[in-house]
Design a protein around this ligand. Structure first.
Ligand code: AGP
Length: 614
């Protein structure tokens, strides 16, 4: 979704802004723009459809000087992707420029009023309404920019993170947020702003995460002032950023996605560090330990999430019900928030989100809070909105995930859910010591088994060539591997644009088997688990109808691999941990097919990494 960057200080802003936009490219966008105030107080705005590199070409040879500037990558909501609709938008007076991430829901009403007041609009965006409104209020009441912005925002319904500059005050940058992320970086006599910390990390490790309904004035004379919309000042909470530059770069890999797939043995070690002991079996999850009573009194757990995080949630449901005997319901956050669900005050609601910014998941968290439920977050992006809105939680600690297709976050989420289920099972005394010890000891082996899983994929690149031109794919799995099958299908469709569906293997005969012919590749995921033989029978039914079977099986498997056309092996592990193994070949299969098709693997069309609109 949209990305915003801003700078004010003593350096040339343009190179910092362009670099910042490139760091935010992973969020997904369709146009980009920049506004700078030069030494003579002139506002220069450059915009381009497409990539940030197009913006650089547009601005080449133009005046890009100035120590204050704002820049934006736009993911279209209101109005097509075009140069005109790209941000920044400029006020009628030509003095104020504004960038925005979010949606202004009442923009049509405001636009009508402003048109009656004589304002003319150039773009189809909701954002342009806000810059004209600020301009109108500033002129009507002779206010400084900060006050005009605050008053304008009291008229806005919707979500926003904005940055605003005024040619009359080139020493001040104004920002504000409501339901869209905004981070302020504090340097020596300079400030940075961005949608997340990635454009800021190389300049400073001192950051402030702006909260909802707060505005901030970044002023070279008066420093940082944070105020709410009622003009009451807040003391900024300055935090130290723990983000290294190497985490934000490809490190020799052709794509972030491949780097992130290969990183998984390490990221899962990081995820378990301090939680799974090197010896012994006591799982320490402080979020659970600090809230024992709330977890003990819960008669039900509801998990809300979207996309890949929803697939992890389904695995969490299996784990918690299996080990803790507590009923679990898994909901798409987007459905949950609008369907008047029954939420009891003694429920525990778990929100899973890599970005911690998904608008629907955040809204589901707010809804759960209103019903008095205890809300627990499982997120990756430290300091993002969901961890700040929840009562407690566990970070997955897998480092920044840049590829739009989620890979290491999925395995991190499943790992945290496994630790959570084990900790709850101990708390509820629903697990024998022997079973608990076996699972913890096996969980500790997961990172090194993942290293083997990667090694076992050496033939994947060649195998992917066979399927590059397939038009459809079916992924089958049962039990723990049914969500794994859906996740494999999602990976393929989002980066290769091949239609793919994940099904529980036994459901095939209730309809989807009609799709099977010699043109239909079927990925069957089966471990030597409680329902292995049933899956084998389901695959036999596919084979009998001419389907091409790619079996993802455990090392040493003979039955299913004997009947498959292609075989991918994964290290043996416990049934409940098997999605952590099968995830790797499924991610790599999707990756190589997408590469063969020449797709933009890290930034697939139409997708955004951080879905901050509903
Ligand atoms: C996964 O590969 C996706 N790109 C997408 O489904 C993602 O998982 C979903 O948008 C949820 O994001 P979140 O985990 O950041 O909330």
């Amino acid at each position: 979704m949209c990305g915003i960057v801003g700078y004010i200080g003593s350096r040339e802003a343009y190179p910092i802004l362009i670099k910042g936009l490139k760091r935010l490219e992973y969020r997904g966008y369709d146009s980009a723009g920049v506004a700078l105030i030069n030494g003579q107080g002139k506002l220069n705005v450059y915009k381009a459809k497409g990539k940030v590199s197009n913006l650089e070409s547009t601005a080449e040879g133009c005046d890009t000087t100035g120590y204050i500037g704002i820049a934006h990558t736009r993911w279209a909501t209101h109005g097509v992707p075009s140069q005109t609709n790209a941000h920044p938008h400029v006020s009628a007076s030509g003095q104020i420029a504004l960038i925005h991430n979010g949606i202004i829901e009442n923009y049509a009403t405001l636009k009508e009023k402003l048109i009656k007041l004589g304002y003319k609009f150039n773009s189809e965006t909701d954002t342009e309404v806000l810059v004209q409104l600020i301009d109108y209020i500033q002129r009507r009441d002779s206010l400084d920019l900060a006050h005009a912005v605050r008053i304008a925002l009291t008229h806005i319904e919707g979500a926003y993170a904005i940055a605003v500059v005024d040619t009359k005050h080139p020493e001040t940058l104004i920002v504000a947020r409501k339901s869209s992320p905004l981070v302020i970086g504090i340097g020596e006599g300079e400030f940075f702003i961005a949608s997340d910390a990635s454009p800021i990390a190389e300049y400073t490790d001192k950051v402030v995460y702006l909260s909802d309904n707060e505005t901030a004035s970044l002023d070279l004379r008066h420093g940082l002032t944070i105020t709410n919309l009622d003009d009451v000042e807040h003391t900024p909470e300055i935090q130290t950023l723990k983000l290294s530059l190497s985490q934000l770069e490809k490190g020799g890999y052709p794509h972030f996605m491949l780097k992130e797939i290969y990183e998984q043995p390490k990221t899962i070690r990081d995820c378990m560090r301090g939680r799974v002991p090197e010896s012994g079996t006591y799982i320490k999850l402080s979020g659970v330990e600090d809230n024992k009573e709330r977890f003990l009194q819960a008669k039900r757990i509801i998990i809300v999430a979207c996309g890949t995080s929803w697939h992890a949630a389904l695995i969490g449901e299996h784990l918690i019900e299996d080990l803790c005997r507590i009923p679990v319901e898994v909901e798409y956050a987007s459905e949950f928030r609008y369907r008047n669900p029954v939420i009891n005050a003694d429920d525990v609601v778990i929100a899973i989100s890599q970005s911690g910014e998904t608008a629907d998941t955040l809204a589901a968290v707010e809804l759960a809070h209103k019903s008095g439920a205890f809300v627990y977050g499982i997120c990756n992006a430290v300091g993002s909105s969901i961890p700040r809105a929840t009562d407690s939680g566990s970070y997955i600690h897998v480092g920044p995930e840049i590829g739009v297709a989620s890979t290491k976050a999925f395995t991190g989420q499943v790992t945290v859910l496994t630790m959570l289920a084990l900790a709850l099972a101990k708390l509820h005394q629903t697990i024998s010591d022997e079973k608990y010890d076996t699972i913890v000891n096996e969980l500790r082996e997961v990172p090194s088994k993942m290293e083997n899983a990667i090694k076992l994929c050496t033939g994947m690149e060649n195998m992917a060539k066979v399927f590059t031109y397939a038009r459809n794919f079916i992924y089958l799995g049962r039990g723990y591997n049914y969500p794994a099958a859906m996740e494999g299908a999602l990976k393929l469709k989002e980066i290769s644009y091949i239609h793919a569906e994940g099904y529980p293997a036994a459901e095939m005969k209730h309809g989807p088997i009609a799709l099977i012919d010699t043109e239909m590749p079927v990925v069957a995921i089966a471990n030597s688990d409680s329902i292995y033989d049933k899956t084998v029978s389901n695959v036999q039914e596919v084979k009998a109808r001419g389907g091409k079977v790619i079996a993802v099986v455990e090392d040493g498997d003979t039955k299913l691999s004997g009947m498959a056309d292609y075989v991918i092996r994964t290290p043996r592990t416990l049934e409940m941990l098997s999605p952590l193994m099968s995830a790797i070949p499924l991610q790599l299969l999707a990756y190589y097919i997408a590469v063969n098709k020449g797709r933009d693997v890290d930034q697939p069309r139409n997708l955004a990494k951080s879905v901050t609109v509903e």
